[in-house]
Design a protein around this ligand. Structure first.
Ligand SMILES: [Zn+2]
Length: 698
């Protein structure tokens, strides 16, 4: 019974009745919820295009293909939505509408990641803040007054919050809990954030415990094999393309570019005065051609359809299976192939002109424009011939040479070890160097442990300071410097380098800009461990990793013995060779134009390469590439067995020299780990410039 009816029945005075009714209304207000609207409908009612971020002003009318995206965003049955799209297809507007919808209509905690902090700042300033100001429903939901936080990173609404994050740092994927996680331009994110986690997994982790978890992953695609959006799509339950109904034959098909390889899609008259102006889209069924104007007359009757299963979401805005029965949508949907021809903001002739110009540029040797066209207009990943070394070739070469593991070969006189740090392990490689850049990989090992625990550094990494290897000539040689990568567990790595500075331990940080010197620069860093800060407590070396990788790639192509040749112990594991050759030299579009960078395809491990780069840096630090023949002769001479000792009368029946040889080269050829190492005396001329502390202790 209604409160007012109760009051009438019990003859409550009128003013009291009104007071009761008012109290009841007030009491119920917090419980009152608007029935949830789908995002496309909420957008039509509430969303406005703002002057700052769009050419149009006023009420928003989503384009037909956007309705599928929007409804999927707001559908609680769908946990993940991937959108691969071209530029200027209005995706950003849809995402911003969803942010407004979450804040004003659903009151859900949301987080949005952009590739970098700068991207985040500009997105919030040019898209989010103007939207909040322009859309009354969102403005009304905004929390204001004392204690209401409002920054570029965080905005508070009644009953919800919004976080805006840059995707480069691991800390951006920690702590917050969300109902909705959005990753924008995901292909511009690092493949792995700070060596720990891929950004999609990181963002998904923030949704744990949400009653209706929601993950939105959108991007213009980039490089094949390095594309987050491609990986996400591959894992989706349905991959949907937007199909239109042909106005000529009533059959359904998606718009495709065609490009002479297939009989349908975009076609133009190459002999015409202005070929691009003759463009038509040819139907795969009736082979009739339509213009962009014809397309815009039928586009609102299109449907998103999965080629594999026939699952569809069409103009009736209902999920249906191939038979036409209504079904629940899948948990993970991917909208693919939304290229520029679908957008009313790109003219079809303009697309053809861009393509023709890109092809002409490629013929002249610049594939940059064609890559741009493929990614940003066709919404396809770009594939190209990469520079890369074949690992099986190197392995065959190593077997043929047959060098033993963990033994310093003849011709090498200086050892460098570099340690790469991962969450659950350290990996190290020891390289032996000889004159003129010739080098030998003699050992690769993985040490498992918790790299976040200082005690484990002491127990597991410290023994590496005492690495001594037998030589092929029957003596022993100690490692002369140890490098530690600080990209992960940065402060523990700093602390380790500081503690063992006197033993030639160097902290390094890789920098991938092209053309950067291998020994780029040295800076003093603060160390923060267990709540303590040591100001400028450690010297950090910046290493030009791409320059070193160019050098390695070039050297790996050389066979035989001699200057620059790289050799490998025959028994190094497969993972060493696949890791050493994991990366590919790929073109990257930057503000400076097309540049080439070494990149590791997703899912591949590259630690042996990182360790090799680190050893090349340590060799640079010792100036090895510039040592004179005399310097090398002294070092190598010191490794020859002591002829005087060998010629001395033997105490037993053994042949002279046998004992020394057996000691130096045990059958299993394991490196000798001792707490009080007996180090060979390095020749004076071999002492590295500037970093002689460790050597002088010998
Ligand atoms: Zn047709």
């Amino acid at each position: 019974m209604e409160a007012a009816a109760v009051a009438r029945r019990y003859r409550v005075p009128l003013h009291t009745r009104h007071a009761i009714a008012r109290a009841v209304r007030l009491g119920l207000r917090p419980l009152k919820a608007e029935p949830p609207l789908r995002l496309a409908d909420w957008g039509r009612q509430h969303f406005k295009l703002t002057a700052d971020s769009s050419h149009e002003r006023g009420a928003w009318q989503p384009w037909p293909f956007q309705i599928g995206w929007l409804d999927a965003f707001s559908n609680d049955d769908i946990e993940q939505t991937d959108v691969r799209k071209a530029k200027r297809t209005g995706y950003t507007k849809c995402l911003v509408a969803f942010i407004g919808y979450n804040a004003a209509h659903r009151r859900r905690k949301q987080g949005l990641w952009q590739p970098t902090d700068d991207d985040r700042d500009s997105f919030v300033k040019t898209e989010v803040e103007p939207m909040i100001d322009a859309v009354p429903a969102v403005r009304a939901a905004r929390r204001s007054g004392k204690g209401a936080e409002d920054t570029i990173k965080f905005k508070a609404f009644r009953g919800s919050v919004a976080h805006f994050l840059g995707g480069k740092a691991m800390r951006a994927y920690r702590r917050i809990t969300l109902d909705v996680a959005m990753l924008d331009e995901i292909d511009a994110f690092d493949l792995v954030v700070e060596k720990t986690i891929d950004p999609v997994t990181g963002a998904r982790g923030r949704l744990e415990g949400a009653p209706y978890p929601k993950l939105i992953v959108g991007s213009t695609p980039r490089l094949k094999g390095f594309s987050h959006i491609e990986r996400q799509e591959a894992a989706a339950d349905a991959r949907l393309r937007y199909r239109i109904t042909c106005p000529l034959c009533d059959c359904e098909h998606p718009l495709v570019f065609g490009d002479g390889k297939i009989a349908h899609g975009f076609k133009w008259d190459k002999t015409a005065y202005k070929p691009h102006e003759t463009v038509r889209h040819v139907c795969p069924h009736c082979h009739g051609g339509i213009t962009q104007a014809d397309y815009l007359r039928v586009w609102q009757h299109g449907a998103w359809v999965c080629d594999a299963t026939g699952l569809r979401y069409g103009a009736d805005r209902t999920w249906r299976n191939a038979r036409g029965d209504e079904v629940r949508p899948p948990r993970h949907v991917a909208f693919v192939g939304l290229w520029a021809a679908y957008s009313p903001q790109r003219s079809w002739p303009d697309i053809v002109r861009e393509y023709r110009e890109a092809v002409a540029a490629q013929k002249a040797g610049d594939s940059g424009p064609l890559q741009g066209f493929t990614n940003e207009t066709l919404a396809e990943v770009w594939e190209e011939e990469y520079e890369k070394t074949d690992h099986s070739l190197l392995q065959r070469r190593a077997k043929a040479e047959g060098l033993p593991m963990a033994v310093v070969p003849r011709g090498a006189g200086v050892l460098k070890t570099f340690v790469d740090v991962q969450a659950d392990r350290w990996e190290y490689v020891t390289w032996a160097y000889g004159p003129q850049g010739e080098s030998w990989a003699i050992e690769y090992r993985v040490i498992y442990g918790n790299t976040g625990d200082w005690a484990e550094w002491e127990a597991k990494v410290e023994p590496l300071l005492d690495l001594v290897y037998p030589t092929a000539t029957g003596t022993k040689l100690a490692v002369s410097a140890l490098g530690i990568d600080t990209g992960f567990q940065t402060h523990l790595a700093y602390a380790f380098a500081r503690k063992h500075k006197a033993r030639n331990v160097h902290a390094t940080k890789g920098e991938s800009q092209p053309g950067k010197p291998i020994k780029a620069k040295r800076s003093l860093m603060d160390i923060k461990t267990s709540g303590r800060v040591i100001r400028k407590g450690v010297a950090l070396w910046h290493v030009g990793t791409d320059t070193a990788k160019d050098l390695i790639h070039g050297r790996l192509q050389l066979e035989g013995s001699g200057p620059g040749r790289m050799h490998f112990a025959a028994e190094l594991p497969d993972t060493f060779f696949t890791g050493l050759t994991a990366e590919q030299r790929v073109p990257v579009r930057t503000v400076r134009g097309l540049e080439h960078r070494w990149e590791c395809p997703s899912g591949k491990r590259n630690e042996p390469l990182d360790c090799t780069v680190g050893c090349i840096f340590l060799a640079e630090l010792d100036d090895l590439p510039r040592w004179t023949d005399r310097q090398w002769a002294r070092v190598l001479g010191s490794l020859e067995p002591d002829l005087f000792e060998a010629a001395a009368p033997a105490e037993s029946a053994e042949q002279p020299g046998d004992q020394a040889a057996r000691e130096a080269a045990p059958p299993k050829a394991e490196p000798v780990h001792t707490s009080t190492p007996k180090r060979p005396l390095p020749p004076r001329a071999a002492a590295p410039l500037g970093s002689d502390e460790w050597h002088s202790r010998l």
